[in-house]
Write a protein that binds this ligand. Structure first.
Ligand SMILES: Cc1cc2nc3c(=O)[nH]c(=O)nc-3n(C[C@H](O)[C@H](O)[C@H](O)COP(=O)(O)O)c2cc1C
Length: 216
């Protein structure tokens, strides 16, 4: 209402002001957002959470010309980075793959700068991989048609995070993502939101100046 302070959102007992600093940078990569159902519902659940800043890669870079410096600046601000995407051929969509190449660059995410000093801009940050998968969970096991558990599918991303000195969090996966009915979709969206809220609560405890100290 005009002239009135906007209400402070309260998520699971956590009060954080809407103007709180970025705690989570959420990188969203869906090549066909208009056709997305599950990814869209999850993203919708994340939108508006205090301290969560969404970077929608296919909206930002339809020509695949990623602004690496801009992306690095957004990662720099966050304590936790979320990578949300549909699983495509057991990996990320192409733009997110390119994002890794361009953004996690030598002399920033790893390696040395021109003075010879070690560069590890992402060291200590937390990485949450959030993937939607068409396959059911029981397909992601040795006896299933996907043969490997999702934890093993995740290893290239996990090792990328570890190489950059990041903390790898237990992945958040929505299985059977093409066949969810409306109730299951709502449950999946709420589960994702709860996971992000738990992460915000964790960060608020670890880094009080990041968010909760702004709470009025
Ligand atoms: C090109 C392509 C590759 C895919 N590869 C996989 C895969 O490797 N594993 C899997 O479980 N699902 C796979 N899928 C299914 C998508 O992951 C699934 O449709 C998506 O997660 C559903 O979310 P959405 O409604 O946001 O699109 C693939 C889909 C497409 C179009």
């Amino acid at each position: 209402m005009p002239g009135q302070a906007s209400p402070v959102p309260v998520w699971s007992g956590l009060a954080v002001s809407e103007s709180s600093n970025t705690m989570i940078t959420l990188i969203y990569a869906h090549p066909y957002p208009k056709h997305s159902r599950t990814g869209k519902a999850l993203l919708h659940a994340a939108h508006g959470l205090p301290g969560v800043h969404v970077r929608n890669l296919y909206d930002l870079y339809p020509d695949f010309h990623i602004d690496a410096k801009e992306e690095q600046a957004h990662l720099h601000k966050a304590h936790t980075i979320v990578l949300q995407h549909p699983l495509y051929w057991y990996h990320t969509p192409a733009l997110l793959s390119l994002w890794f190449e361009k953004v996690l660059a030598y002399g920033w995410a790893y390696g040395h700068d021109s003075q010879g000093a070690i560069t590890e801009a992402l060291k200590g940050k937390r990485l949450l991989w959030a993937a939607t998968a068409g396959g059911e969970e029981d397909a992601y096991q040795a006896a299933g048609y996907n043969h490997f558990p999702i934890s093993q599918i995740a290893t290239p991303i996990q090792q990328t995070a570890l190489f950059c000195g990041m903390e790898w969090l237990p992945p958040h996966t929505v299985f059977g993502a093409r066949k969810l009915d409306d109730a299951e979709l709502l449950q999946a969206a709420e589960g994702y939101r709860d996971r992000l809220v738990a992460e915000i609560q964790h960060l608020t405890t670890q880094h009080p100046s990041a968010g909760a100290s702004d709470a009025r």
